[in-house]
Write a protein that binds this ligand. Structure first.
Ligand code: M1P
Length: 255
């Protein structure tokens, strides 16, 4: 059971998506939002729930080089498959253990063939990123620069490249019970059904919180914030950018 007795509202937890909610896509958080978060933390308990891996989120949310597990009470990367509370790592499962090597190999082989056959203007490197709780698949490759990302995102929006890729995978690997989630600019995440951001709630459900707020930008159906935003355990807030997050936090907790 969490105590957080130093907070004015110790039974209120506020969780945040990262990209589009606390930061611009893949960018570092602004000093302004980091200051608001630390002010809010004096009142309530705070945490982030990102789809990305822990290292990337840590870089984005670091304050003066301090580890994020010191500046957030709960840190959930890969939808909560990597989880920390008060600086200590919590036990979790892994994608490969869940799926098994025998089923994983045909999936990876199919994805790599599909990407090899895709005729897109540029390709870079790291087309599949293997993470603890998921794999991340990118047709252009995760080594793309910021400019290349932006160009690909536009190109994909016009052509529905990722949507079609995901449609094919859903059909071909229907028996695998996997979720394919387009959460960012150049890729999509693949994880077992139920391992969306609601997975993070498993780590806090016995902690005695009376209110759990969630802030996210991709709260629409198909977005990677949809499930946790609509979960009956959370009070959802949709934002379009970090400025919205600051505004709502100020209205709710800083006046
Ligand atoms: O947090 C949203 C997504 O951010 C990244 O997506 P992309 O590289 O496509 O912009 C990835 O880390 C992805 O896993 C994550 O869901």
């Amino acid at each position: 059971m969490a105590t957080f007795a130093d907070r004015l509202l110790p039974k209120t937890l506020v969780l945040f998506d990262v990209d589009g909610t606390l930061t611009l896509a893949r960018r570092a958080a602004s000093p302004e939002i980091l200051k608001v978060l630390q002010d809010v933390r004096k009142k309530v308990v705070i945490g982030f729930v990102g789809g990305s891996d822990f290292t990337k989120i840590s870089e984005q949310l670091a304050i003066d080089g301090r580890p994020v597990v010191e500046t957030f009470d709960y840190a959930f990367a890969e939808n909560g498959l990597i989880a920390y509370k008060a600086g200590k790592q919590l036990a979790s499962q892994s994608f490969i253990n869940h799926l098994g090597e025998e089923r994983y190999k045909p999936l990876v082989n199919f994805i790599l063939h599909y990407i090899a056959d895709l005729d897109i203007p540029i390709k870079r490197g790291t087309f599949i990123e293997f993470r603890n709780g998921m794999i991340n698949v990118s047709p252009i490759g995760r080594n793309a620069s910021v400019e290349e990302r932006n160009t690909f995102e536009k190109y994909d929006l016009e052509r529905g490249l990722r949507k079609e890729f995901v449609r094919v995978l859903r059909e071909k690997f229907a028996s695998y019970d996997l979720t394919f989630s387009i959460g960012g600019q150049i890729s999509f995440d693949v994880f077992p059904n139920g391992w969306d951001k609601t997975y993070a709630l498993r780590h806090v459900e016995d902690e005695g919180f009376e209110q759990i707020h969630f802030f996210g930008d991709k709260t629409y159906k198909g977005g990677n914030d949809y499930e946790i935003f609509n979960d009956p355990r959370t009070i959802g807030h949709t934002v379009k950018a970090p400025e919205d997050t600051i505004r709502i936090l100020t209205e709710l907790f800083l006046q």
